[in-house]
Write a protein of this length. Structure first.
Length: 305
């Protein structure tokens, strides 16, 4: 796939996501204005007047048209709950999520690469079996369970880290460690699988037959071939982390993107939920495109997927 087609696919993904989110949110009953005013005892006439002022009584096709026009300008609209700009709110919630994501992806990459390489080149050692167990647990245990367990034992019982999140290093350490170890599982699995497959290739056997030590064979031959898959999985995991995780940010009371998405969904805040969904898709699609371009830079013979 050429770069031009890849960019068109990127734009189509954003449009499709924006359309699906728009339709789904309009199908669901209730909205933020109705919930707020009903709780305050407002009359149906007042509710309708407020909805009309926000354009919620316009035909769906007209709302959709305004929505897409504003989207092309980078305008995600205004919250129905507090009237603030969705762009500004997401921007204010991004730093905590970004800080957590960067810390977690560093932990995940270092752990995943180390465990994956060690397990692949030493498949029969006891430590490799332990590493395989770690990968299995990382892939199978829900983050809600491990996060709650770490919160109770490490933060509450032993008081090694603060219970609630924040901007300081100690406040980010535990949630970053939890997310990093969970993301390390997929990275380690991909690294282990690719290295194990490449190890049996003829060019690797030839390298060993020439008397090259295992370290050089791993660096110059095996990892070079496995690098595209490793880059892809790391970028995808980073996108998952950067977009924010509802569970971890809720457990550690962090004011990030994930927590904002949960609160906005419960409040039926259409513009906010739409804006966050589009932001997340843009992050994923951008990182996926960046990974493809980086792979082309590392290996010019590779094709964009």
């Amino acid at each position: 796939m050429t770069v031009a087609l890849r960019i068109l696919s990127f734009l189509a993904t954003i449009w499709l996501t924006a359309t699906v989110v728009f339709v789904v949110l309009r199908i669901l009953p209730g909205d933020a204005i109705e919930n707020q005013l009903l709780q305050g005892g407002a009359s149906p006439a007042v509710i309708e007047a407020r909805r009309a002022a926000q354009g919620l009584n316009d035909p769906i096709w007209l709302q959709y048209g305004h929505y897409l026009i504003n989207l092309t300008r980078g305008d995600l609209g205004y919250s129905l709950v507090n009237g603030l700009s969705v762009n500004d709110v997401i921007g204010s919630r991004l730093p905590p999520s970004a800080t957590l994501a960067f810390a977690a992806i560093i932990i995940a990459s270092m752990t995943g690469l180390g465990v994956g390489i060690f397990t692949a080149i030493n498949p029969h050692k006891i430590l490799s079996q332990i590493s395989n167990m770690f990968v299995t647990l990382s892939l199978s245990i829900p983050v809600a369970w491990s996060g709650t367990l770490a919160l109770i034992i490490i933060a509450w019982v032993f008081k090694l880290f603060p219970i609630s999140g924040g901007t300081e290093v100690r406040q980010n350490a535990l949630p970053a460690l939890i997310l990093g170890l969970h993301s390390a599982g997929p990275i380690a699995f991909v690294v282990k699988t690719n290295i194990a497959d490449i190890t049996d290739a003829d060019f690797v056997r030839t390298a060993y037959a020439k008397g090259l030590p295992q370290r050089l064979v791993l660096q110059r031959h095996i990892l070079r071939v496995a690098l595209p898959s490793i880059i892809t999985v790391i970028f995808l995991q980073f996108g998952f982390l950067l977009s924010g995780t509802v569970i971890i940010e809720s457990l550690f009371v962090r004011a990030g993107i994930g927590r904002l998405l949960l609160d906005s969904t419960l409040q039926h805040d259409y513009p906010m939920v739409q804006g966050i969904a589009i932001f997340i898709v843009v992050i994923y699609a951008s990182l996926n495109l960046a990974a493809d371009l980086l792979i082309r830079l590392v290996d010019p013979k590779a094709t964009l997927i």
